[in-house]
Design a protein around this ligand. Structure first.
Ligand code: GLN
Length: 280
């Protein structure tokens, strides 16, 4: 079958299922099935697709039509400046989370060496993006999921930053190794009772462990703040991703745990997204 025809059939199929990015998704999934870049798909509409590849493609399209996110089907997602290997054991890296990376690089633009922790590191997208940008920084990733740690380790190897990274399978409140200049975290912060209102593609396919913030959405944030006040050196920073409606509550938690607030940064949609604080 010619490439253009396969794309057209797949796009219609996905549109029928209400998928808005049907054409783009079809192109990405075809490039996965024939193991070529998306550019190739765009430039070679009369390319003949081999029978085996077509079968793989229909399988991918079928899975996509059930709502499974493209990134889980292709096994990769671009974040900041690099492509990360992912699977459904880790949250798909979000563009909004790049704000944390941007803020950290700005705050530490004149610091040569720091040592930091990323709590709930997942694919490692935050941790490894920072290590890749700053050759003398050292980073520690914590996660409860050994599958996530495996993915992070693979990404670290690929980005060649493994020698400056340590990984621990642990909850933050049980972690007692060392003192740090900085703790970063994009913890699970969705209220338990709000999970059902998330986009179906999120709630049905992404790991609950990475989303569920307990009864008030703050149970993991609370843990991170409390423990960070012990792990961060005096004058060191804690930088958290938060939900659009958590600013005041998180500020209060920070103040009660020996931090002062530096700033709250908004995302592109003008929602509060990131809170920067300093350990007194
Ligand atoms: N931003 C994610 C979402 O709403 C939630 C991530 C998180 O809980 N840390 O899909």
């Amino acid at each position: 079958m010619k490439l253009i025809r396969a794309i057209s059939i797949a796009t219609k199929e996905l549109q029928k299922k209400g998928i808005k990015s049907a054409l783009l998704d079809s192109e990405l999934l075809l490039s996965k099935a024939i193991n070529k870049e998306r550019e190739f798909i765009i430039l070679n509409s009369s390319y003949n697709i081999h029978k085996n590849n077509i079968n793989d493609f229909w399988k991918l399209i079928h899975q996509r039509s059930t709502g499974k996110p493209v990134a889980y089907l292709t096994g990769k997602k671009f974040f900041w400046k690099h492509e990360f290997k992912i699977n459904d054991k880790v949250l798909i890296p979000r563009p909004d989370t790049e704000i944390l990376v941007e803020q950290i690089l700005h705050l530490y633009r004149n610091k040569k060496k720091i040592s930091f922790i990323d709590v709930g590191t997942g694919s490692g997208c935050i941790l490894l993006s920072i290590l890749k940008e700053r050759k003398d920084f050292k980073g520690t990733g914590l996660d409860l999921s050994s599958n996530a740690l495996k993915i992070c380790d693979y990404n670290a190897e690929k980005l060649r930053v493994k020698n400056r990274m340590k990984l621990f399978k642990t909850d933050i409140d049980k972690f007692d190794v060392g003192k740090y200049d900085l703790v970063i975290s994009n913890p699970p912060y969705i209220k338990n009772s709000d999970l059902k209102y998330l986009d179906k593609e999120v709630v049905n396919f992404e790991p609950r462990l990475a989303l569920d913030g307990g009864i008030d959405g703050l149970s993991e944030i609370r843990k991170v703040i409390k423990k960070s006040s012990e792990l961060i050196k005096r004058g060191g920073k804690l930088i958290l991703e938060i939900a659009f409606d958590q600013r005041e509550k998180v500020k209060k938690l920070l103040r009660n745990n020996n931090f002062y607030i530096n700033s709250v940064v908004k995302d592109l949609a003008k929602n509060d997204r990131c809170i920067i604080s300093t350990r007194k």
